[in-house]
Write a protein that binds this ligand. Structure first.
Ligand SMILES: CC(C)(COP(=O)(O)OP(=O)(O)OC[C@H]1O[C@@H](n2cnc3c(N)ncnc32)[C@H](O)[C@@H]1OP(=O)(O)O)[C@@H](O)C(=O)NCCC(=O)NCCS
Length: 120
């Protein structure tokens, strides 16, 4: 496989920003995340690190696309899911993005969550 790297993006987020008061939670979550993402994050003892790292991934994807002059599909059209072994994968739920292969790596530690993206 000799895909050519066309876009890269990185983003780091503070996890405490995703400890959202119940009153504001629902409206924020559905604006940014898909139902599957919310279900996955809520399956964790502490959802905030997984929420923060998915938000970081969407920002990194925005940067990678903007670097190659492609319009970002919008926060909740980007879906970060996990394979059986836990590895994250990106799905774009909008037409016109099939030609892009989006690779992502995520990590969260302490109050920081980071995402790195490569688009081929
Ligand atoms: C998978 C692993 C690397 C994750 O590291 P961690 O410090 O627990 O977690 P981090 O905060 O750095 O990263 C968490 C993210 O890693 C991602 N992840 C989980 N499993 C993964 C895997 N198998 N491959 C790639 N990424 C993975 C997930 O996206 C996760 O975030 P999420 O649950 O919110 O989606 C770690 O749990 C592990 O299995 N380490 C063993 C590695 C090993 O065997 N090393 C031997 C030498 S090669």
């Amino acid at each position: 496989m000799n895909d050519i790297v066309s876009g890269i993006g990185v983003d780091v987020e503070s996890i405490s920003r995703f400890r959202i008061p119940e009153s504001k939670k629902q409206s924020f979550l559905i604006r940014i995340f898909t139902k599957k993402e919310i279900r996955y994050c809520n399956s964790k003892r502490d959802p905030a690190p997984s929420l923060a790292v998915r938000y970081a991934a969407k920002e990194a994807i925005f940067k990678a696309f903007s670097g190659i002059g492609v319009k970002c599909p919008g926060y909740n059209n980007i879906e970060i899911l996990n394979k059986e072994n836990g590895a994250p994968i990106v799905k774009i739920n909008k037409e016109g993005y099939d030609k892009f292969n989006i690779l992502v790596s995520l990590s969260h530690s302490g109050d920081m969550a980071i995402a790195f993206v490569v688009i081929t």
